[in-house]
Every structure is written in structure tokens, then in C-alpha cells.
Unconditional design. Sequence first.
Length: 221
Amino acid sequence: MTRLERRSLAVLATVAATGALLAGCAPMPTQAELDARMAAMMKASFRDQGIAKVDRLEQDEANEACSKAEGGSLPEATAKRIEEANLKTVKAPSDGRYLGDWKRGEALAQSGRGMTWSDASAAPEGNGGNCYNCHRISGAEISHGTIGPSLNQYGKLRGVTDPASPAARPVVEYTWGKLWNTRAYNACSNMPRFGHAGLLNESQLKDLMALLLDPKSPVNQ
């Protein structure tokens, strides 16, 4: 090693040591600064591709609060405010009819298709519900998830013998609201907000309602 090379290494070592010293004296960034850096990093790391848009990274109050809770409970007042705000977004069926075809609902519950970058945005079959990924639904299906509660015999256990009757109205409206925007009832629910987020359309939601509540559905046998 030449004298020049040794001198250059010495200079670099001094610069590195000075930088480390200065870094050690620098104030710690605030939480707001860390959040801003994280947001900038996320924005720079993703891009729109096909049907998958980067607007999925935008958090509303519910997503932000539940992310910061890291699986823990929210303060009661915060949870109540989030649930009340989300309940206001629930839209009843435009024709007042809540149930569709349970057979289509079963196919929808089985389908995991939709909202990934490789899906065509104008596909005629639309998105799937992917419900079996988290729930047991029909008793005949042996492949199902357990992240969410079992929905087998959902209507039967709740005494729904005629979904159109006034007696069934509270269960019917609750079920619709849960499918439309689950955070109206559980601020940090992991369930997709199918109607609120535009993941499923009104007709698809009606078919899932029929799967859960129609006495003829295999769910209620």
C-alpha cells in the first residue's frame, strides 16, 4: 500500500468516525416523522398495475387506529366512534329485497378470484367472496378456514324460518350490515368491507345473504 493510499484510508476513517459521532448526538425522530418516512417509503415501493391500485395503501381512521393497536384493544371511545361512523355507510338494498339465490351465493363463497393485479377489471363474473378461506359455512364442505367463526346453520341457529317475516328483520339487517361494512359492528374486524369497499356488488351480497339465511340453503340443513 502506498503512502497516498494509507493517507486516503486514514481520511475516510476520520470522516466515518465523525459521522458516527454526529449521528449519536442527533435527536431521535418523532413518531410523526417516522410515520411520514414510512408513508413515503410505501408510496415509493408500490405502483398501480391492472386492477390493483396503490390507493389500497390509504388508511381511514379505522385502519390507522387498528394498525397502531397492533392486535390490541382500542380505547372504548375510539372503537365506538369508528363503529358509529362505519354504520352510517351501510346502504340497504335498493329494492328493499335482501335475499338472492343461495346457489350463486355458494359459488361466490367458494371463489377466491378478484382484486389482484392479474385480474381483468372488466371480467363478467366479477370478484369472488373467498368466504371459505376464513369460515366454515356449508357443512358438506371440508376445506375451510378457522380465522372467523363458523357460519354453518347461521340462519337456523338464529331462528330464521322465514327471512321475509318481521320477526327475522333484526337478523336480516344485521347480517346485511355485517357483509356491507363489518367495522360497523367490530372496529378492528379482519373481515373485508365487501359493500363499502366495492368488492362485491348488491346482487352478489344478496346471494351471500341467501346462502346464510335461506332455509333451503345447505347451510341451514
